[in-house]
Design a protein. Structure first.
Length: 101
């Protein structure tokens, strides 16, 4: 078989942007930490706000775990992991976008 052809079959925007994704996760983690710190300082923080921050932390951890699995996998396994990785990424991105700051 032609290993290079099989590998190219699985390469795409996601594979080429792993470093960018890791940098974005780091920025989101800092944002979540900042939100949590602000919530802890305020005396009248709603429980819903704190729950949403906790949910963001869980979603970030899931996205990081999926990205780590994706990075460690070979071409064939990456194809299997890609949908779950993209879904975790989208869920975190959407949750952050929906949070009213």
């Amino acid at each position: 078989m032609r290993p290079m052809a099989r590998r190219a079959e699985y390469e795409g925007p996601m594979e080429s942007d792993v470093d960018k994704m890791e940098a974005q996760l780091a920025r989101w983690a800092a944002l979540i930490d900042d939100l949590a710190e602000k919530a802890d300082r305020g005396a009248q923080i709603k429980i819903d706000y704190r729950l949403r921050i906790d949910d963001l932390k869980v979603k970030r951890a899931v996205a990081q775990a999926r990205l780590n699995e994706f990075k460690a996998a070979d071409g064939g396994k990456r194809a299997e992991l890609k949908p779950g990785t993209e879904r975790a990424w989208s869920e975190l991105e959407s949750a952050l976008r929906d949070l009213k700051l």
